[in-house]
Structures are given as C-alpha cells and as structure tokens.
Design a protein around this ligand. Sequence first.
Ligand SMILES: C[S@@+](CC[C@H](N)C(=O)[O-])C[C@H]1O[C@@H](n2cnc3c(N)ncnc32)[C@H](O)[C@@H]1O
Ligand code: SF4
Length: 422
Amino acid sequence: MCGGRVSAPIVATVDAVGLAGPRFTALPPLALYVHIPWCLRKCPYCDFNSHEARGDVPESSYVDALFADLEYALPSIWGRKIVSVFIGGGTPSLFSAAAIDRLLAGIRARLPVLPDAEVTLEANPGTFERAKFAGYLGAGVNRLSLGVQSFDARQLAALGRVHDAEEARRAADSALAIFGNVNFDLMYALPRQSVAEAEADVAAALAFAPPHLSFYHLTLEPNTLFHRYPPPLPDDETAADIEDAVAARLDGAGYVHYETSAHARRGRECRHNLNYWQFGDYLGIGAGAHSKLSFPDRIVRQARYRQPKQYFEQVAAGAPVQENADVSRDDVGFEFMLNALRLTAGVPATLFAERTGHPLALVRRPLVEAVARGLVESDPTTIRPTALGRRFLNDLQALFLNDAPSRRARDRVPDGVPMRRT
Ligand SMILES: C[S@@+](CC[C@H](N)C(=O)[O-])C[C@H]1O[C@@H](n2cnc3c(N)ncnc32)[C@H](O)[C@@H]1O
Ligand code: SF4
C-alpha cells in the first residue's frame, strides 16, 4: 500500500552512543504539506492555524505566494521525489477547483511528484458543491478528507459547525461517488454525548462505508472559545466507554485500527500520515506550515510565519521561514517515539537508526523500562506498543522525554493531524 515511497535503502551509520550527530547515507521519504489558512468561520474548539475568511479568499495571490515559498525551499530538497501531497487547513475546499488545479500543476512543474503519489485535500461539508469536488479530481486530487465531525444535528450545532447533518450526508455521498478514496473526520466525547449517541454516530458514518475514518477525542485546547467557556463534556469514565464502544463498532465492521485515531479498510491507510508516524520527512509550505527535513548530518525543523498577512509579506521579502532549528540528539529519541508509538503495529526496530541517524542504544534505557512496565512488546525486532501502552500512550511517550524538553509535544508534530490521545 505504500507504493510510491522512495525505494532507496536508508541506512544510518553511527559510532557508538557517543556525542556524534546523526549520520545518514540515504534520506527518508519526503512528503509535501500545503497549508490553506482560511475557514468560513472559526470553530470554538479549534486551535489550528485557521482564520475567518472575511469576504473572498485571495486564492490567486496565495497560490503565487505558495509557488515563491516552494522555490525558496527547493535547494533544501534538491533531487528528492515527493511521495504524497496533503492540502490541509483551515478549509482548502474554500478554494475553487481552478485554483487547486493551478496549485497542483505548479507543484508538479517545480518538483518531481511520483506518478502514483497520494494527493489528499481537506474539505468542509459547508463548502460542498458537487461540481467543485469533480473539479478537484480533475486537478489531480485522488483522496478527499471530509470534516464531518458528527452526523447528529444537535452536536453539529453544539460544535458551532457551519454545516448541518443533511449537508454532511450530501457531501459524504458525493465525495464517495467522485473520489472513492475518502476519509471522514469525526469527533467523540462531544458535549453531553452518551455512549448510545456516539454509537449512533458511528453507525451513521458506517452506513456510507468510507475506506477511512478518523475519530478524534474532542479536547479543550488553550486559546479556544471552548477552553474559556467549557461545554458540558462527558466525564472520563463515559469518554473511555465511548472510546471502547467506537473502537469495537469499527473493528466489527472490518476497519483496522492502525493508528491512535485512525481506522481504515486494509490497504486504505493514509500514506501521507503514515509517513509522519514513521518519522519520514515533510516539507510544509504556506502560512504556519511545519517542516521536518533530514540532511546527511542533521535533522531540521522549520515553521513558517502563521498570520496570512505576515506570511505574504515575508514571502515577498524572500524569508517565509520564521523558525529553523536542528533537532538535538537529546530530543530525537522522544520525537521518533512520539510518532512511532501511535502505530498499532509499531515499526521495525531498525527504523529508529534509519530515521534518526542514531543507534537504538540512544533510547535503550527508557525502552527497557517500557518493556518492563508492559507498555511495549518485548519482541526485539519491533517497537510495538502493547494494548496497555496504547491506553496510556501519553505516559509511554513521556518515558522517552529527556530532562530539558524545550518545546511542548504539540509543537513538534506535523500539521493537519490532531495528536490528541484518543
Ligand atoms: C485541521 S482540521 C481540518 C478539517 C476541516 N477544516 C473541517 O473542520 O472540516 C482536522 C480535524 O481535526 C479535528 N479537530 C480539530 N480540533 C479538534 C479538537 N479540539 N479536538 C479533537 N479534534 C479536533 C477535527 O476532526 C478536524 O476535522
Ligand atoms: S475545525 Fe476545521 S473548519 Fe473549524 S476552524 Fe478548525 S480548521 Fe476551520
């Protein structure tokens, strides 16, 4: 299912667990993330870099800015092929099909995108038009991720969504008819939600038989309206019961729970997100987008300016990158585990050296402890969380934290994918 990956062997040559920096003789697969920072309205629970579009979105000048941004970045990814593209937001479906067509054509003109690359676009049912979806397909989008959130009218209103249940159903029908390869984003543990209501929501989603379903536990994020004025959420016990009921329903319907929040028909796992979890590389362009890029002797993380206005100005000045820092030897073990331990099947143990440029011995102590505590399987050929490790994922990941974490965990993760614990 991961056809399209760069197939060169990836080998890290490292001295002992000395003070050496990383050493790569081949680099990880490289994905492209494109951020569109506008929405019709800001949802009260959302802390993504999204801004209310007042009037028309400046799609043409923004696509120009994305091209300039990409051109500045080209020297740092010279010669590398793009294995997947994800156009996320915000609400990319605010853009016309013509703008997405120009965007994808311009990307392909500047970068070698593999012919079978997965190309995902995030859409909000509130911006749905059938002709527009068909236009995205014609532009080269081959996977649609639909922000349904819930099929329950009361919940959609409580979440402040711009769409109602009927619009969600119409968008879901068309998305499946046009793309086939579709994800629904849904959230659970919603205001006053009971286990029975959550199960009814899953059943409503399953009626469409989408190939992929993402289920996120609604969390109260700082700097959101819900954080300031919290809605009446289910207590922890009910939330845990909902989580179990949702997982059991999806399992019973034949979906593989392959990642903390992601369920898919076999072979329909999201390749772009899998690259994040497997600690692959990604270039993020657009306002506030994050990148993780490996070089023969270092790994770099970047963040672009977040505010659209400032982003435009900085692109015009030739400097869209606001933050640029090497991933330190102290942080890289935690960063790898933060991602890899979300995967139910885990990763081969050899992937650690391949993707971090350091030997697995770098994390030997916390790994031994995790195995001793029953949080990671004892199989030496894989790094795989046990059922207990998956339930207490935050605690498991925290074992790999070094003493002086410089940033919050959320700041080290890719765009477009909520990292919350389910
Ligand atoms: C970046 S949003 C993009 C989707 C699109 N803008 C939409 O909402 O229709 C990706 C997903 O993150 C999830 N999400 C956003 N805020 C969340 C929160 N506070 N707790 C849990 N999930 C959240 C939602 O399911 C959302 O669809
Ligand atoms: S949840 Fe989606 S539509 Fe709502 S503000 Fe966030 S990015 Fe925009």
